[in-house]
Design a protein. Structure first.
Length: 130
């Protein structure tokens, strides 16, 4: 049975932990969970689009380009990481505040990402970019 990229990645993404390095310390967000008082943000990375595994240098260059684009938007953002529960796979990311869902999806698509994390102020959820 052939699965789509979305089907193959969905269970992995739903188990992922998104950690944001706020000024007061690191905070975790997991899809489906609640409990934070943080304002809404979108978790976005330019690392490892879909099943692609670029070199470290290519991933770092892509994330620098993402930072440039976020900076041009003039909105606040904090460093973050997306990781699996064992921390065997970690992707540097950003928690981006003050943008619309459409802008977040457009940024993620620019870097061929399958999904973004959205903290709506009450619950973490995953938004697909397709």
């Amino acid at each position: 049975m052939i699965r789509t990229v979305r089907e193959a990645l969905e269970s992995v993404y739903r188990e992922a932990i998104f950690e944001v390095d706020f000024e007061g310390g690191r905070e975790q967000f997991v899809v489906g969970t609640t409990g934070s008082l943080r304002p809404p943000f979108f978790g976005i990375t330019a690392y490892n689009a879909g099943f692609e595994r670029p070199t470290l240098e290519e991933n770092e260059a892509a994330n620098r380009e993402l930072v440039r684009m976020i900076t041009e938007l003039g909105v606040p953002f904090w460093p973050a990481v997306g990781r699996d529960r064992e921390s065997t796979h970690v992707e540097p990311s950003f928690a981006v505040f003050g943008i619309s869902e459409e802008t977040a999806i457009a940024l993620a698509r620019r870097f061929r990402q399958a999904a973004v994390v959205h903290w709506d102020g009450e619950r973490a959820r995953m938004l697909w970019c397709d």
